[in-house]
Design a protein around this ligand. Structure first.
Ligand code: DX5
Ligand code: ZN
Length: 225
């Protein structure tokens, strides 16, 4: 599915019109979105409180394609089973919030979803290395988690390049993902650094024509990959 198409844009719903959620899902999928990115925030791991299981289930019912659930919550291990049941195809957990990352990633895989491990801008990429063998994907945050529409932090580029190099040295198969501050200016550098799943919130949702925004971003990514 996602791995066969080259770099793809996953629109983040965070800034969409939640009063017309199913319509937004339909608009994004018919605009060519390869998958959708859902930001679950608990108001404690990050300052903002967004939504939880009920909304993830509603998106699952409305969406035909894959959905990624990006958990920005304290103690994510306590709710992964519920999000797996809610229909996450990818379940992304933050290294900073985990007491036993290996166990949590293995549990996610055993429940069914792909297990992705995320790091915030201040977390050294080396801290992921012991867990790469149990990751289906790694998500490098290029903004501080918590809000859409922030400025891209270039530290993500070094981390992506480092992970891409490790993957080819070790023969790993995890996907490289990036999230935060993606725009027509920043998407080519992240794709050149190796990003394959590229989350874009405001760069898609704050435009009138989702199809045009996704096509332009993916074209720039493919040109650089
Ligand atoms: C930030 C979220 C992102 C956010 C991206 O905490 O993880 O997924 O929605 O939004 P943009 O693309 O506007 O930075
Ligand atoms: Zn996110």
């Amino acid at each position: 599915m996602l791995e066969t198409r080259g770099p793809v844009v996953l629109p983040a719903l965070l800034l969409c019109d939640f009063g017309h959620l199913a319509h937004e899902v339909e608009r994004l999928e018919s605009a060519g979105a390869a998958g959708l990115h859902l930001d679950v925030m608990d108001g404690r791991f990050v300052p903002q409180l967004t939504y939880g299981m009920v909304v993830v289930e509603a998106v699952r019912r409305a969406a035909k394609g894959p959905i990624e659930v990006h958990l920005m919550v304290e103690q994510p291990e306590t709710c992964i089973e519920e999000y797996a049941k809610a229909g996450a195809d990818i379940l992304t957990v933050h290294l900073e919030g985990l007491s036993d990352p290996r166990r949590t990633l293995e549990t996610i895989s055993a429940l069914g979803p792909r297990a992705h491990l995320a790091i915030s801008p201040g977390t050294p990429v080396e801290r992921m290395e012991p867990y790469l063998d149990v990751c289906d994907g790694v998500l490098v945050m290029s903004v501080e988690p918590g809000f859409g529409g922030q400025r891209f932090q270039p530290v993500a580029l070094e981390k992506l390049s480092h992970l891409a190099a490790l993957r080819s040295q070790r023969g790993g198969s995890f996907l490289l993902a990036v999230d935060g501050g993606i725009s027509t200016e920043t998407i080519a550098p992240v794709a050149a650094a190796g990003a394959e799943l590229i989350v874009a919130g405001s760069a898609v949702i704050r435009t009138p024509d989702y199809a045009l925004a996704i096509a332009q971003l993916e074209q720039l990514a493919r040109g650089a990959a």
